[in-house]
Design a protein around this ligand. Structure first.
Ligand code: X5A
Ligand code: ZN
Length: 686
């Protein structure tokens, strides 16, 4: 199942015909540059190309009024003066004789993409369209938008395919007020938007873009606004919102389809957004959404006005949709105070609607924010007096997103001979690779054992069966190949997971690389864990100790074992992922130990899938022989199949939930990505 790319050159054939500084950003090159970038890095060729069609009147009327449609239909016949006058009625928008045609193609492309995904022809996709859609309203064009492509697509999916719940994620830097208005009282469409707001000083300057617009009537709780009250937001700020607001709610909502208002004006270099998140962040935003709704993910282009930043972001996004590993999420320093203030406010505003937010803190006293605004204004004035430009948009540069050579093997499995090799995987047993051991590029395995090698003496002092030795040896070779990026990820069935872990950790840390160890189940603290930061261990289990013993061993105690899927999901989304992203490992070792009973396969697959956002996807999974049945689902997740939806999550078990929250708060001093509220005391008090 592939990734669709929808594009039609026709959508480049309209432009601004008069002088208007507010509209000149929205130009045809946005589309040509994005598409050319996809072609030149070979991504377009890897996508399934689905033809674009025009949306019909009926399609457009799903969201817009007849009067408005009729008015737009007349624009192709208008004179320049008429067009100008027509556009003036609305805000921040222009019309061209070809605008109407392009707007029907933009909406039609979104619908074709929904058709492709809903019929199973493709798994996911991106529609590269102009004009954008999320600002347009029932009877009004606005903010470069004519028809609300994504809103139409959501209604269409519900009507044509009986889709019940649609999640719309709007990561464009502007508030898609058109989408908010369309679904404000509708609990079947959850709309999430973050946007530059600056306490209502930024366009469209609407009161209803603030965090306290949560939806109306039956739709209360189904509209989530995250206002950015400062420019310069970074990768950590975006990720913190995903981990602590969007993802927990999205998993609880359990959408059947995810649509994204994919505007890239939220990336660094964009003249509208003035944010500092780098294009690679879109790999992670995309990856983190790819396991919702069984992977049914449709992205429609909205904004994005810096052609370089836009093209890079589009490429990174499509690469991720195709299943390539995401770049390492380097240098995450935790969210800034202003972002934390917004996160705290949103969580507080929504805690009565979502059980995942039930324990969220209250909103910070508004005096905190007032104080900060005053301080900032003073700062700005001083800057201006010193002659520094208020915004230094010009000189912004950033490194090009990294790409890695795709390893020839995605998933290698070390499993008992009698087990069939799972689809899409390569069996990797030492006996079958005996020749490769003498290969020039392979480390001479048995030689390595003698000094500081992977199979250290204390490990070998266990009475090992020949089979166990050969499995451990296979693992060592496998790790070496992952290290060299010849294999992306791996899965091994071992007789004793806790024993197999030690040499693997040792091997990895001897390469002076950080290793994230995730243990699920297990009754005791894993032994042989270095405490010097070369590994970070997160131990999720019924029996995990109550208190962390050091910064790098984090027990997550779920008393109801892992059988409470809500608690488990919360542990993954709001504790494990933030820790893992901040730690930025070079390798992830995921182990499934006995005593993890009750955890359902779907939840396990979610974990396996989500962890692949780290370490360029280098994840090694060890499961104990008693969990042989996990081979198939684990291998599927490792080879890139989306995890199945967890279903509608029940309310979490209170005791576990409270313990998780206490743990998160306790760890906040060491791990900044775990923060969800402004620090009570601190520098800003003076
Ligand atoms: C789709 C989009 C922005 C309009 C900005 C008007 N519109 N100042 O990014
Ligand atoms: Zn925008």
């Amino acid at each position: 199942m592939g990734t669709a790319l929808l594009y039609d050159e026709e959508m480049t054939r309209y432009k601004l015909l008069w002088l208007d500084p507010d509209c000149e950003l929205e130009r045809p090159e946005r589309l040509t540059a994005s598409h050319e970038a996809l072609v030149s890095c070979g991504l377009a060729a890897r996508c399934v190309s689905i033809p674009v069609r025009q949306a019909t009147d009926d399609d457009i009327l799903l969201i817009h009024s007849e009067e408005y449609l009729e008015a737009v239909k007349k624009t192709p016949y208008m004179t320049l003066e008429d067009l100008r006058e027509f556009a003036l009625v609305y805000g921040c928008v222009y019309f061209h004789p070809n605008s109407y045609r392009c707007a029907t193609l933009a909406a039609g492309a979104a619908l074709q993409l929904v058709d492709g995904v809903m019929t199973g022809r493709v798994r996911n996709g991106l529609a590269l369209v102009r004009p954008p859609g999320h600002h347009s309203m029932r009877s009004a064009a606005n903010g470069f938008c004519v028809f609300n492509n994504v809103a139409i697509a959501a209604k269409y999916a519900q009507q044509k395919y009986g889709v019940q719940r649609v999640l719309i994620v709007d990561w464009d830097i502007h508030h898609g007020q058109g989408v908010q208005y369309a679904f404000e009282d509708d609990p079947s469409v959850l709309y999430f938007s973050w946007h530059r707001y600056e306490h209502q000083k930024f366009w469209p300057e609407l009161r209803e873009s603030d965090y306290d617009s949560v939806g109306k009537d039956k739709g209360a709780g189904f509209n989530i606004n995250v206002p950015w009250n400062k420019v310069g937001m970074q990768n950590s700020d975006y990720l913190a919102v995903f981990f602590h607001v969007l993802l927990p709610v999205a998993y609880e909502f359990c959408p059947d389809l995810v649509l994204v208002c994919a505007g890239f004006d939220s990336a660094i270099g964009d003249p509208e957004g003035e944010m500092c998140a780098t294009p690679d962040i879109f790999a992670h935003l995309t990856h983190l959404l790819m396991n919702l709704a069984g992977g049914k993910l449709c992205l429609m282009l909205e904004g994005g006005y810096n052609l370089t930043s836009l093209s890079q972001s589009v490429c990174v996004t499509v690469r991720t949709l195709l299943g390539d590993p995401a770049p390492r999420p380097a240098n995450l320093q935790g969210p800034c105070q202003s972002a934390l203030e917004s996160i705290q406010c949103v969580r507080a505003a929504h805690r009565k609607y979502w059980s995942c937010l039930k324990l969220a803190a209250g909103a910070p006293p508004s005096e905190v924010s007032t104080k900060r605004i005053k301080l900032e204004e003073k700062e700005r004035e001083e800057k201006l007096q010193r002659g520094e430009a208020a915004d230094s948009k010009a000189g912004i540069t950033w490194p090009q997103p990294q790409t890695c050579v795709l390893p020839p093997v995605r998933t290698a499995v070390v499993i008992p001979e009698e087990m069939a090799c799972p689809d899409g995987c390569k069996r990797f047993n030492l006996s079958q690779h005996a020749d490769s051991l003498s290969d020039k590029c392979d480390p001479p395995l048995f030689h390595q054992n003698n000094h500081n090698g992977p199979l250290e003496s204390h490990v070998l002092s266990f009475p090992l069966s020949l089979h166990a030795v050969s499995t451990l040896s296979s693992l060592t070779v496998l790790l070496g190949k992952m290290e060299k990026n010849e294999i992306c990820n791996g899965l091994a069935v071992v007789g004793d997971v806790s024993m197999a872990m030690a040499p693997v950790i040792q091997h990895a840390t001897s390469l002076k690389q950080r290793v994230l160890v995730v243990c699920v189940g297990g009754t005791e603290v894993p032994s042989h864990l270095p405490e010097d930061g070369t590994t970070l261990t997160v131990h999720i289990s019924k029996e995990a100790p109550e208190e962390p013993s050091c910064k790098y061993y984090i027990p997550v105690r779920l008393k109801n074992s892992c059988g409470d899927t809500s608690g488990f999901a919360q542990a993954i989304l709001s504790v494990l992922l933030p820790l893992a992203y901040e730690y930025d490992p070079a390798l992830v070792l995921l182990t499934r130990l006995p005593g993890s009973g009750g955890l359902n396969d779907g939840a396990w697959q979610q974990l396996v899938s989500l962890l692949q956002g780290l370490a360029w996807g280098h994840v090694l999974v060890l499961v104990q022989e008693c969990h042989k049945a996990l081979v198939k689902p684990t291998a599927a997740a490792l080879s890139g199949s989306p995890a199945p939806s967890l279903g509608r999550l029940p309310a979490p078990v209170v005791e576990d939930f409270e313990a998780l929250e206490r743990l998160r708060v306790r760890l906040q001093a060491d791990w900044m990505l775990l923060r969800t509220s402004v620090q009570e005391s601190g520098a800003e008090d003076n």
